[in-house]
Design a protein around this ligand. Structure first.
Ligand code: MGD
Ligand code: MGD
Ligand code: SF4
Ligand code: MO
Length: 723
């Protein structure tokens, strides 16, 4: 143990991917009384958004779960339990199910906040190992899995994801992202809006492709409406033009150039114009502008991932970055180098190492698509899922065909949720294990700093002691033991950490002269070790360790992104693969559908500034004003269909009645509903009073992106009927 005493009121905001520094005030009773942006944070420089400003209200939301809850199934009522009681109950109920029906009868679902917590990064793997099931699901297959699969196939590792070099690029083509509301994703950039304004100010060009004229689109030099789900066609039109007009200037070692050219042959701008809604001349011009700009980056996010050709879209994004000579160069798309938790993969990535039981959908990164979780629970047979563990997830609201999943959870033999609320998903649990308050948790962004537009590191120690409750890491470690019938009392967390620390030291050849690790907890010691052996680490020629981060509580700037090829490539060829085989099969499917007529109406999603998926609707200031669960629809469509204030929306999966919000900011023929609403069954009082509807009642879990199995939320055919 060390002499660390640092206890300050600074911490990283854990609420979205922008990792802003916050400056908090706590009163004598440890309540957060004010929140400001941390002006001295070198990365976020004082930026804060309305969610960050509500950090205090979230931290101590009066409706949050503070003690373990056990549900009485007969009466469907909850009682509080001690931690020992809760884990004993799990240890009694869960292992017999697996003993009788095998490992595959258990499933694990991991939600989005795991990407924002130390517990998610360091201790979720304990659960995965403990359960030993192939039924591993997460929000990733409702989100970025297409990007990961594309990166895995092109660069050999699904976590080597190039990010646009926002602060230096001369030309940014952005598809399906709205960072003015979301603050960005797979591109960690605090004050994303400010960085976009700076791009324009320095004479750069910024183009947005989106079926809605978003706030981001309004900030751009140019906005192009695109038919939902057609970005892969648009990007192929650009690839085609780059080849046809001999505009390519590949500057990295790459395989598959000829195959890519051949794949793009049929996708002339003229052939894809109708399908995309973007004129052929514009597609050609985009290609020429990308090729001519001194530096350029193409960036595409959730709007394009959650579509039927999501993986192809993500592949073509980076293919264009390569073809225009912009991969791995300053101002282009670059690979960040984080201080800790970087990748240790040695073998090239593959998809489909196994398949899901019911629909045969491919595994990716050890996970199965969340779009088939309901099938696995509802379909009888060997391997049917009977018990589920969820950690920081609300799939009833976030997964496609949410109503089906709701029904599926209701028929489980047993369910445990690690979560801070009783909500639409966790209400089905037998036991809820709550995490501590965010101010009681250590914070380090193991995941998000892998995608940062500047290399940067910041650690926030807990500000408020845990008292006699466990950290979230300790909850997960103990849960891992209880689920497998292992002894679950004592300091399971310390045992887990010790195993990992000694394993890491052994690998680094340091086991015999066991060096002292700093840190007030075994979790901090693990961070210390990861920093020391990391690329800026004190045991790796640098100077970084935990103490350095504690001494610099505003965070440390580690410099602009640097070129990293070919070193980061883990492909078998050690070259960039421009035409991965599994994706060429997708091209065939696309070709067959090039002339397909668009449905009359399709549904897409949208994000709202003062929201975060499903779990920030219980804070009054976050559910007012524009944050409403309404259907955006073009006024022409309202008139054409004779609609009033509401409409009945029907899809192949379900039906909803929704209030309409006519706006010219959306393309005719497209309607948009935000997800994460539909809180009728929640025990969050504010959220229930602003319930809204669950958009995922309409999305259809029977359709997925082929290579990644990712859910399809955008481009869902719907019909609209007057109420
Ligand atoms: N139609 C449609 N659906 C979508 C999307 C879309 O664009 N359209 N987007 C998708 C995307 S990108 C995502 S990431 C998913 C999100 O999908 P999920 O992760 O399943 O959903 P969230 O709403 O983020 O749920 C987070 C849960 O974590 C809990 N929680 C919050 N903080 C903590 C914590 O510190 N510890 C623990 N243990 N629990 C915590 C909350 O109470 C909540 O229950 O939704 C997807 N669903
Ligand atoms: N305020 C807020 N911030 C968030 C979240 C939140 O819920 N609220 N969620 C967080 C999460 S989990 C994530 S993953 C990120 C996501 O961050 P972003 O990727 O920026 O997500 P969105 O804001 O939903 O922007 C997606 C855009 O895609 C457009 N779109 C829909 N369909 C298509 C299509 O087919 N093609 C194209 N080109 N565009 C399309 C939509 O109109 C929308 O404007 O945001 C994170 N940050
Ligand atoms: S932009 Fe994201 S990280 Fe920054 S204050 Fe808002 S929620 Fe927090
Ligand atoms: Mo997400």
């Amino acid at each position: 143990m060390s002499e660390i005493t640092s206890r300050n009121l600074l911490r990283t905001c854990p609420l979205c991917e922008a990792v802003c520094g916050l400056e908090l005030q706590l009163d004598a009773d440890d309540h957060v009384t004010s929140v400001r942006g941390d002006k001295l944070d070198p990365f976020s420089q004082g930026f804060i958004c309305p969610k960050g400003a509500s950090f205090g209200q979230l931290d101590e939301d009066p409706d949050r779960v503070t003690e373990p809850l056990i549900r009485d199934r007969a009466t469907d009522t909850w009682r509080t339990a001690t931690w020992d009681e809760a884990f004993d109950y799990i240890a009694e109920r869960f292992p017999p199910i697996v003993a009788e029906h095998g490992n595959q009868s258990a499933a694990l679902y991991l939600g989005n906040p795991n990407a924002h917590t130390v517990a998610g990064a360091l201790y979720v793997p304990v659960l995965i190992r403990a359960l030993g099931t192939k039924n591993l699901f997460s929000a990733s297959t409702a989100d970025q899995m297409p990007k990961q699969v594309a990166s895995g196939l092109m660069f050999g590792d699904p976590l080597r994801i190039p990010v646009p070099d926002l602060d230096r690029t001369d030309y940014l083509l952005m598809l399906g992202a709205n960072p003015l509301e979301s603050n960005g994703s797979l591109c960690t950039a605090p004050d994303f809006p400010g960085r976009l304004k700076a791009l324009r100010k320095r004479g750069g060009k910024f183009v947005v492709v989106d079926p809605r004229a978003t706030r981001t689109a309004k900030l751009a030099d140019e906005h192009l409406f695109v038919r939902p789900g057609s970005d892969a066609y648009l990007l192929f039109g650009i690839v085609h033009t780059l080849f046809a007009e001999e505009l390519t200037s590949v500057s990295v070692e790459a395989n598959g150039l000829d195959e890519l050219r051949t794949a793009a042959l049929k996708f002339t701008p003229e052939a894809v114009a109708a399908r995309t809604g973007v004129p052929a001349a514009t597609i050609g011009r985009l290609a020429r502008e990308l090729a001519a700009a001194p530096t350029a980056a193409v960036y595409a996010r959730i709007g394009t991932c959650t579509t039927e050709f999501g993986t192809v879209t993500q592949w073509l994004v980076d293919a264009i970055n390569v073809l225009t000579g912009n991969l791995d160069v300053p101002g282009g798309a670059m690979f960040p180098e984080a201080a800790a938790g970087g990748i240790t993969r040695t073998k090239p990535f593959r998809i489909g190492r196994w398949a899901s039981r019911v629909r045969g959908l491919p595994e990716a990164m050890g996970e199965l698509p969340v779009a088939t979780l309901a099938d696995e629970i509802l379909t009888p047979g060997t391997g049917q899922v009977r018990a589920v563990v969820t950690v920081a997830g609300n799939p009833v609201l976030s997964a496609p065909s949410g109503a089906r999943l709701d029904a599926a959870f209701a028929q489980l033999d047993f369910m445990v949720s690690v979560d801070r609320y009783v909500n639409e998903t966790t209400r089905h649990a037998d036991v809820i294990l709550p995490p501590p308050r965010p101010v009681q948790s250590p914070h380090y962004d193991f995941a998000l700093l892998q995608f940062a537009v500047r290399n940067y590191a910041r650690y926030s120690p807990p500000l408020v002691p845990l008292g006699d409750r466990p950290s979230e890491g300790a909850v997960l470690a103990r849960l891992g033991a209880a689920l497998t019938g292992q002894p679950h009392t004592g300091d399971v967390l310390a045992m887990v950490d010790e195993l990992i620390i000694s394993g890491t030291l052994h690998k680094a050849g340091l086991a015999d002269r066991r060096p002292e690790l700093r840190g007030a907890t075994s979790t901090e010691q693990r961070l210390d070790l990861m920093l020391r052996v990391g690329p800026y680490g004190e045991w790796n020629g640098g100077s970084l360790n935990l103490q350095v981060l504690l001494d610099n509580p505003h965070g440390i700037d580690l410099g602009p992104l640097r070129p990293r090829l070919p070193g980061v490539l883990i492909t078998a060829s050690r070259r960039v693969e421009l035409a991965p085989e599994p994706l060429l099969d997708e091209v065939e499917r696309m070709r067959a559908r090039i002339g397909e007529a668009a449905p009359d109406y399709v549904l897409i999603g949208r994000r709202q500034l003062r929201s975060n998926n499903s779990w920030m609707h219980n804070v009054a200031p976050l559910v007012s004003g524009s944050n409403k669960c309404t259907l955006h629809i073009h006024p022409e469509d309202v008139a054409k269909l004779g609609l009033g204030s509401h409409a009945v929306v029907k899809s192949a999966a379900g039906t909803l009645t929704v209030p309409l919000e006519p706006t010219e900011a959306i393309m005719p023929g497209v309607v948009s509903l935000p997800h994460g609403w539909g809180h009728q069954d929640s025990e969050q009082t504010v959220a229930r009073a602003h319930a809204g509807v669950n958009a995922n009642v309409l999305t259809d879990d029977s359709i997925v992106d082929g290579p990644s199995g990712n859910a399809v939320f955008n481009g869902v055919p719907v019909t609209l009927i007057a109420t």
